[in-house]
Design a protein around this ligand. Structure first.
Ligand code: ZN
Ligand code: ZN
Length: 123
């Protein structure tokens, strides 16, 4: 598999609950159908890229699915954390996360909750 954002190779990274593909260059992560929901516990171990790199790549939003090539991916927004944009393939339902995004997604925590609470409280 090739990274849909920088065309480098993707390597297999095994966890106890499944195997993830990670780009050797930009550290973007590829998850098969809804796999990312089950693998949040491994976010720190899997998502080792830099936030800066992720932010650069986050601007690339027209990519084709690396798994079923030539199938364009759709930009998605995480409903719980709308600042996180990722890409999903509507054919195989795989998802691509830029470096740092999966860590961010998995750490939906008190601080996100408080941020939202603070916003609501102000209005
Ligand atoms: Zn890459
Ligand atoms: Zn696909």
């Amino acid at each position: 598999m090739q990274c849909p954002k920088c065309q480098s190779a993707m390597e297999k990274v095994p966890t106890q609950d499944g195997v993830v593909d990670r780009c050797v260059a930009c550290k973007g992560l590829w998850f098969d159908m809804l796999e990312h929901e089950d693998l949040k516990a491994y976010a720190k171990m899997l998502d080792v890229g830099s936030d800066e790199q992720g932010q650069v790549h986050n601007k690339i939003d027209r990519i084709n699915c690396p798994s079923c090539t030539n199938s364009p991916m759709t930009r998605m927004v995480d409903p719980g954390q709308p600042h996180i944009w990722f890409e999903r393939c509507s054919t195989c339902f795989g998802s691509y996360f830029d470096a740092g995004e999966f860590r961010d997604l998995a750490s939906f925590t008190l601080s996100d909750f408080l941020k939202r609470f603070a916003l609501t409280a102000r209005n």
